[in-house]
Design a protein around this ligand. Sequence first.
Ligand SMILES: [Zn+2]
Length: 827
Amino acid sequence: MEWKFKRADYRRPPVQLEHMDVRLAFFEDRVEGTGRLHCRAREAVREVLLDCDGEKVPYALDREYAAGERFTVDVAHTCHPDDRRLEGIYRDVTPPGCPQQYMSQCQQYGFQRILPVIDDCTAKCTFRTALEGDARYTHLISNGDLVGDTTADGRRTVVYENRKPMAPYLFIACAGTWEVLADEVEYPDTHRRIRLEYLVPPGHLDGARVPMDILKRSILFQHELTGFEYPYETYRTICMEKSLYGGMENTGNTTIITEAALIDETISDARLVYAHGVIPHEFEHSHCGSGVTMETVFDMWLNEAYTVNVERAFLAREFGQAFARRLEIDALRETGGAFAEEEGGAASAVVREGVNDPDEVVDAITYDKAPEVLNTLRSLIGAEAYDAAWREYFRRFDGGNANTDDFLALFRETTGRDVAALMRPWLFDAGHPTVTAKWSWTDGTLAVELARDKDYVIPVPYALVKDGKDVASGTFVLDGPRQVFSTRCPKPDFISWNRGCGFYGVLVAEATEAELALQARTDPDGGNRAEAMRMLRDKGATETWLALYAEIFGEAARCAAGNGGDLGTCAALLSIPADSLDRRRRAFVRENVREMRALRAAAVHKIGVDKIADSLAGSCVPRDRATANAAAILRRAYENCLLQLLAAANVPEAWAAIRAYLARAANITARLNALRALVASDDPVRCETLATHGEELRRSLNGYIGYLGVVASDPHESVFASIAAEEAREGWSIEHPALSRALYCGFAANGDRLWTDEGLAWLEATIVKYAQVSEYNAIRLLAPLMNWKWFPEELRAAADALLERASAALPFDRYPFIGGKLRAMRG
Ligand SMILES: [Zn+2]
């Protein structure tokens, strides 16, 4: 594979940046910048290579400087921010009547679009930054402590000093109009206080109250978990409306997209959970990222994997381990998830050899696979050794940089294990292992046989279950192609394998229909009950599956009525997705949708529309407004299963039940779920009902996003006209990342219409159109095609032709990011 940037080519710059004086003046149409770079030569130099807008520009020095000598370089640049390239300084949505709102995004290489610089993660330097702008701005923000604030002739100048060396990718310079919710948090042991500020769009102060509480809990949780104490006076959270990412940790000044940063009655359950993740995530970067910084973009997994695991620990505490873990596993398996990327050949290893665009590392491999790989490491070396090694990592590299080799060497030194050998394929190979498991029991001896398809050392957790109870549990470590483990014990009913996805990869267990049915009923692990149910479906054991489904429907109803049990597990068991656990079978995309429709219809037939409608009517959650209440979220997930069944029933009494639920629903997720079910049915008033709700939903950003998702999910042929109408609606723009993604990615997930000729033509045209605006966003539309090589023949030919034409329209030299991805997918 050829790459524009190769890991092997990376050299530490010969000049160390030590300090920068920056001055930026914001005007309506431009930002004028000047800077002085204070440098120290690492070796003899006559010139400095500066990064400027993607180019390396030589800057001749007045003489040769020997290693250790210091000198300065003066730079100047005027940038003309636009609405599309959301890096460097760019134009964000401006509140009415206010001066132009400017936001910045410097990761990966945005700083060099503001001013020429040594744009390298090792260029950790101190900053003195003066920002000048219209005096009507409520805020001119940069990193560090405020040391000056003056106004003259309608222009305001604010000066910041950042005294702790920081990499340029963490720099922020923004100018805008916000209201502030201020608070503080006190560390219980040292009693040090951190001032907290939440900057929100005017009129949205109330939406910051819950997030502020989440932030305070996050800070104390993170301190308890990692021992870290935040080193600055103030921690600011800033709402931004336009961004490719959910958030960005600009040392001390985290930016978060408004739809996740504010929590009010317009936030959906999925966003609410996301908000509980992104807040601790970005704060953790004060520690892992700002404190210890990756050495290069190729080490970004080190920044992210640890951080994601802190975020996950917080989510597990807030919502419960089972709930949080289910979401993580779904993300790994979903269309466009890490497994699919690997199977499609489009994924790189966690530690990449090269990239065509540095933003490539912001993907499922870095954010979903890398944390799993760390968990696999923890299983292999033990939690205690693992935690001790990380503590030493943060102690040793604090204030500096670390790369993958540093990480591996330190883990070897502190654990005494050859962690580099143990982790080699997990980190340096693309792909994941598949383990097959079978067992037998004779004369009091249990023999388990495990086999792997690739040369990985794999921890495989198991539990032996008898009469609904775990009688033994542990972890087999598989370090050969095929191994047999035997032990003397009473005969178990079944083995509950790999609970909570204990290693990064796929486990395929041999089990009989009777064993799976028993497991779906009695496994103490809810996640594996749901897995057994799906395996039964994959086996084609429809009768058994239907009988179980009806049983679980009853269990769920009792549970919803408050008679014990786990409603989250019931919802997982009752949902009938269009995909399969069998990775190969997932590629039968048309057949899978048809099978899902048939199973839903069969389930309705078995249970009866009346009973489903009664269960929905008896559930009371629609009245709840958005709350961070896991129980309420799980109940809505359960109710959504009922709504989907009613949509499948598709008879007037089912439509009436959906409409009655919609009428009672105050919570936005409940409303959106009901609308989605209605739109999926043939209810004659479905379009006007959606139109009426749309009027109101579009008044808030989150409501608008949710509405667009419903429009795009419509399984009727009219969906194409509806999408075109939304594109033409005033207020919608392809340049608005959240609104365009909601509509386009919403349709990419519409299995009923995507796989038609018209749907595929739409996909192709939209990929090409969207890539002109944002390659990063357009790549999301490739997700459904990721495993196209496994498609049935006719569809495979269509996908092949589509990808070929898209590649021709998006040539690699002009579109290295999506062009490279297309090349990898076709390769
Ligand atoms: Zn991050």
